[in-house]
Design a binder for this molecule. Structure first.
Ligand SMILES: Cc1cc2nc3c(=O)[nH]c(=O)nc-3n(C[C@H](O)[C@H](O)[C@H](O)COP(=O)(O)O)c2cc1C
Ligand SMILES: Nc1ncnc2c1ncn2[C@@H]1O[C@H](COP(=O)(O)OP(=O)(O)OP(=O)(O)O)[C@@H](O)[C@H]1O
Length: 766
C-alpha cells in the first residue's frame, strides 16, 4: 500500500510514530467493534438458498472436467461457472477455487449430513468466500460454521439471513453460453451485494466530511485495514492497492451551507476510493439516530483532534455523549497536531480539498469560515487579498482563526484574536443574533418571588442588538426527583456521587433546557441555582447538557497542568483563585508522575468523575493549599469552561461554549456582571456587539378591525422589521411598535402605516 510505503520511507520519525499509533488504534477498534474480521472473512449464507437446479446431476466423479450450470443467489443475479465435486456421504461441492475445495472437504468430512455446499470465490474479494449450505438444520449449520472457523483459523464467520425460500422457483438454470454472456454482470452484482453485506455487518462507520483531518483518517483507515489483510497474504495471495476496496461504511452529513469545494471533494474522493457513502442531510444527532436505527453501527471513526472544540474531554475511544445514540467514538488522530496532519498529507502526496490551498486552515460552513488572516499576503495594490496555502501556517494553534463565529478565543492567554479583517461584528451586522435567557428557581414558578433579572437581561441584550428568543424558567426543586443517577456525568457538587433523593431531577430540567436550546441560539444566559447549596444545580446541569463531567478546582489544576504534556482539557489562564499557585506547583511535577496520576488514579474510562481516592491523592499532592470548601465552591464543567475574569468581579463568570452562567442574584449584581461582560467583550470579542435596535411606538384609537388588515400587509412589506401591537387595557388605545436595525426602515414603515389612515390617527409615544 502506497501510503504505508511513503511513511516508512520518510525520515520524519515523529510522523512515523503518529502513524503507527493511529494504525494501532484503528486495528484495535476494528478488532473490538467490527464483527467482521479484518482478515479472513467468511460469509455464511444460511440455507436453503443457493440452488443447483438438478442436484442429482452434480454427483460425478471427475471434478476437474465437469463444468456445470450455475446458481443464482437472487433471480436477477448472473450465474457463475462452477466446478462440482462429489464427496463422500453425498456431499456435493461446487467451487472455483482450491482453497474452497479443501475447506469443504473438511467440513464435509465433519458433517456427513450436509448434502450440498457451494462456495464461490469472488476473485479480488479473495478473503470473502461465500459459503452456502443447502439444508434445513440450523444447528448443523452452526456446527459447520464453528468447524470451518477453527480449521482455517478464520477469525470469524458470519451467518447472514437466509434467502427467502419462496423464491426457489425463480432460481435460474442456465447454459454455459448464457453464463459467458452474463458472467460479468453477475459477478459485479454479487460483488456489490457482498460489499453491501460487508458494510452491513461491519458495525463500524467512518465519518467523512472532506476536511483535512478526515482526509488523513481516510488514508489511515485504508492503510490499517489493508495491513491487516496483508498479514493473511500467505493463504490469500497478495493484494495490490488497486484491488483493495475500502470496506467501511462512510457517512457524510451534507449541509446546504457546506462549501461547494468540500462537497465536490467528498464525492470525488468517495468515487476514487470506492467508499460506500451514506449521505445524511440532517443534523448530526438526528442523522445518527436514524442511521443507528437502520444499521447496527457500534463504533464511528472520527478525525477529531486536540484543539477542536469538540475534542474536549474525549479520548481515543470515547462513548457518545449522554442524549446521543449509543456508539463508540474512535478518534485515531486525537493527538495529531496541525503540523502532523500536513506532514502526513504532503508526505503521502494525497489529494486534499482545494480550499486549503486558498488559505483556509479549518473548514466549517460558508457562513462561519474565511481564509486564515495569518496566511494573508500583503498586496501593495488594492486587488483582492491573497492567501498562502494552509500548510504554511506557522502556528498550528491558530488553525481555527478563520472560523469566525463559533470559535471565540479565550478571554486571555496564548491565543490572540485573529479576524482576517472580517470581524464577527461585521459578520453579524445585518444578521439577528439570538439569545435565550434561562432562570433557574422554583421560587419563581411558585410565584414567591418575581424574576427581575430576565426582563433586565432582555433590555441589555436588545441594547447590544441581540434578539431574545425566549425567557424560560426551570425548576430546581429537590423534592420531586425520581430519576436515578446517570452513568457518565457527575452531578455532584462535591465530586462524589450523591445518594438518596438527589439533584438529578432538577439537574435534568436545566440540562434538558440547555441541551435543547443551545444549538438554536447564539448564546444562552442562565442564572439562579449557582453556588454550593443543595438546590444549586445550574453548573451541573450545563455540564450534563454538554455531556461533560463536573470537576472540582483541584482537578482543574491538575488538568491544567496536564496541558504541559498532554492536551488542554481546560482552558484557563488568569484565575483570581489563590489556587493558581497550586496550578504552578503541579506543573512542576515530573511528566511521569502526571502520567501515572491520570492513568492509575482518576479519569478512568466510563467513570463519571475523578473518584474519592483520586481526590484524596490530589489533596495529598497539593497539601492543604486547597481546602474542601474552596474546592467545592469551584465545580466546573470539564473542558468546555472559560473563566471570564474581571477585576471588578469577586469570582469569574463561567462561559461554557455558548452558555454564560451568571452568578447575579439581584439587579445590582446583574448590572455589574453585565458591564464587566461588555468590557471583556470589547477586548476579546466573545460576544458580538451588533447594531442596537431602533424602535418607534405609535398609539391609536382605531379599532382592531380597522387596523388588522393594513398591519398584516405592512408586516409583509417590511419583513426585516418586527411590527407588534399591544393594548394597555382591553378597551383602551392600541400601541403599535416598529423595531429593527435600520432607522430609515423603521421610519418608512411608520410612515406607510400613517398614510393608510386619516391624518392624526396615530400619535408617537416614547
Ligand atoms: C459521527 C459524529 C458523532 C458525534 N458524536 C457526538 C457526541 O457523542 N456528542 C456530542 O456532543 N457531539 C457529537 N457530535 C457533534 C460534534 O461533536 C460537533 O458538534 C460537530 O462535529 C460540529 O463541529 P463544528 O461545530 O466544528 O462543525 C458528533 C458528530 C459526528 C459527525
Ligand atoms: N459534516 C460532517 N460529516 C461527516 N463527518 C463530519 C462532519 N463534520 C465533522 N465530521 C467529523 O468530525 C471530524 C472533525 O471535524 P473537523 O471539522 O474538526 O475536521 P475536518 O473537517 O476533518 O478538518 P478541518 O478542521 O480542516 O475542517 C471530521 O474529521 C469528521 O470525522
Amino acid at each position: 500500500m502506497e501510503i504505508d510505503r511513503a511513511i516508512r520511507e520518510s525520515d520524519d520519525r515523529r510522523l512515523k510514530t503518529k502513524y503507527n499509533n493511529a494504525i494501532y488504534v484503528i486495528q484495535r477498534a476494528l478488532a473490538l467493534y467490527s464483527r467482521l474480521p479484518v482478515s479472513n472473512t467468511l460469509l455464511l449464507i444460511g440455507g436453503p438458498m443457493m440452488i443447483i437446479s438438478k442436484p442429482h446431476a452434480l454427483l460425478f466423479n471427475d471434478c476437474e472436467s465437469s463444468t456445470y450450470t450455475l446458481f443464482s443467489c437472487r433471480r436477477r443475479q448472473g450465474p457463475y461457472r462452477i466446478r462440482a465435486l462429489s464427496l463422500p456421504n453425498g456431499l456435493v461441492l461446487l467451487t472455483l477455487d482450491t482453497f474452497c475445495v479443501k475447506l469443504i472437504l473438511s467440513s464435509g468430512t465433519l458433517c456427513p449430513m450436509v448434502r450440498l455446499c457451494l462456495i464461490i470465490d469472488l476473485g479480488n474479494l479473495r478473503n470473502s468466500c461465500v459459503f452456502g449450505y443447502c439444508g434445513h438444520s440450523s444447528s448443523l449449520f452452526e456446527l459447520l460454521r464453528i468447524f470451518i472457523c477453527q480449521k482455517y483459523e478464520l477469525r470469524m464467520a458470519f451467518k447472514v439471513p437466509a434467502m427467502d425460500n419462496k423464491n426457489s422457483e425463480e432460481r435460474v438454470e442456465c447454459t454455459y453460453e448464457d453464463f459467458s454472456s452474463r458472467k460479468e454482470e453477475g459477478r459485479q452484482q454479487i460483488e456489490d451485494d457482498l460489499q453491501n453485506m460487508r458494510g452491513y455487518i461491519e458495525e463500524v462507520a467512518f465519518s467523512f466530511n472532506g476536511g483535512k483531518d478526515s482526509t488523513v483518517l481516510l488514508h489511515l483507515l485504508r492503510a490499517g485495514y489493508f495491513l491487516h489483510q496483508a498479514e493473511q497474504k500467505q493463504c490469500n495471495g497478495d493484494l495490490s492497492d488497486r484491488e483493495f476496496k475500502f470496506p467501511i461504511r462512510t457517512i457524510y452529513f451534507e449541509s446546504s451551507s457546506a462549501f461547494p469545494e468540500i462537497n465536490s471533494f467528498t464525492y470525488e474522493t468517495a468515487s476514487t476510493y470506492g467508499l460506500q457513502l451514506d449521505i445524511l442531510r440532517q443534523d448530526f444527532k438526528s442523522g445518527l439516530e436514524a442511521l443507528l436505527k437502520a444499521k447496527p453501527i457500534r463504533a464511528i471513526f472520527l478525525g477529531v483532534r486536540i484543539g477542536d472544540p469538540t475534542a474536549v474531554g474525549q479520548e481515543q475511544f470515547s462513548p457518545s455523549s449522554p442524549g446521543w445514540p449509543p456508539f463508540m467514538r474512535v478518534n485515531p488522530i486525537l493527538d495529531w497536531s496541525y503540523r502532523d496532519v500536513w506532514a502526513f498529507l504532503l508526505t503521502c502526496k494525497v489529494r486534499y480539498c482545494s480550499l486549503y490551498d486558498q488559505g483556509y486552515t479549518s473548514i466549517g460552513s460558508i457562513h462561519d469560515t474565511v481564509p486564515n488572516a495569518l496566511l494573508g499576503v500583503n498586496n501593495s495594490d488594492n486587488s483582492k487579498e491573497k492567501f498562502r496555502p494552509a500548510y504554511l501556517l506557522p502556528d498550528g494553534r491558530l488553525e481555527r482563526a478563520g472560523r469566525t463565529k463559533k470559535c471565540s478565543p479565550p478571554v486571555s492567554g496564548c491565543f490572540s484574536s485573529v479576524s482576517n479583517g472580517l470581524k464577527s461584528v461585521d459578520l453579524h451586522k445585518n444578521g439577528m443574533l439570538k439569545a435565550l435567557v434561562i432562570a433557574v428557581g422554583d421560587e419563581i414558578l411558585f410565584g414567591s418571588i418575581a424574576d427581575q433579572l430576565g426582563p433586565s437581561l432582555c433590555r441589555k441584550l436588545c441594547s447590544i442588538g441581540w434578539t431574545v428568543s425566549q425567557i424560560a424558567v426551570v425548576r430546581n426543586d429537590v423534592s420531586h426527583s425520581e430519576t436515578t443517577f446517570g452513568d457518565t456525568v457527575t452531578c455532584s457538587r462535591t465530586g462524589d456521587d450523591v445518594d438518596g433523593p438527589n439533584l438529578l431531577g432538577e439537574v435534568d430540567s436545566v440540562a434538558e433546557e440547555v441541551e435543547r436550546r443551545k444549538s438554536e441560539n447564539d448564546m444562552v444566559f442562565i442564572y439562579g441555582g449557582v453556588g454550593p447549596l443543595h438546590s444549586d444545580v445550574t453548573v451541573a446541569g450545563v455540564a450534563k447538557a454538554f455531556g461533560v463531567r463536573v470537576v472540582s478546582l483541584v482537578c482543574v489544576c491538575v488538568v491544567v497542568s496536564m496541558c504541559v504534556w498532554r492536551r488542554p482539557l481546560f482552558k484557563i489562564d488568569k484565575l483570581d483563585f489563590s489556587c493558581i499557585e497550586i496550578n504552578e506547583q503541579i506543573s512542576n511535577l515530573s511528566l511521569t508522575s502526571i502520567v501515572t496520576l491520570t492513568s492509575s488514579k482518576g479519569f478512568k474510562e466510563g467513570k463519571s468523575a475523578p473518584d474519592e481516592e483520586f481526590e484524596e491523592y490530589l489533596r495529598h499532592l497539593i497539601s492543604d493549599k486547597c481546602t474542601g470548601d474552596r474546592n467545592e465552591m469551584a465545580q466546573l464543567p470539564e473542558g468546555i469552561t472559560e473563566l471570564l475574569h474581571h477585576e471588578k468581579l469577586p469570582v469569574p463568570l463561567i462561559k461554557c461554549q455558548n452558555v454564560i452562567i451568571l452568578s447575579a442574584t439581584n439587579i445590582n449584581e446583574l448590572d455589574r456582571e453585565w458591564d464587566c461582560l461588555i468590557e471583556l467583550t470589547r477586548s476579546s470579542g466573545f460576544l458580538a456587539l451588533v447594531g442596537a435596535f431602533v424602535s418607534k411606538h405609535l398609539r391609536t384609537t382605531l379599532s382592531d378591525v380597522e387596523t388588522a388588515q393594513p398591519l398584516s400587509k405592512l408586516s409583509l412589506d417590511f419583513p426585516d422589521l418586527s411590527i407588534g401591537c399591544y393594548r394597555e387595557s382591553r378597551y383602551g388605545s392600541l400601541v403599535i411598535s416598529f423595531r429593527g436595525k435600520d432607522e430609515a426602515r423603521v421610519e418608512a414603515a411608520a410612515e406607510a402605516l400613517r398614510k393608510k389612515f386619516h391624518p392624526g390617527a396615530f400619535n408617537e409615544i416614547n
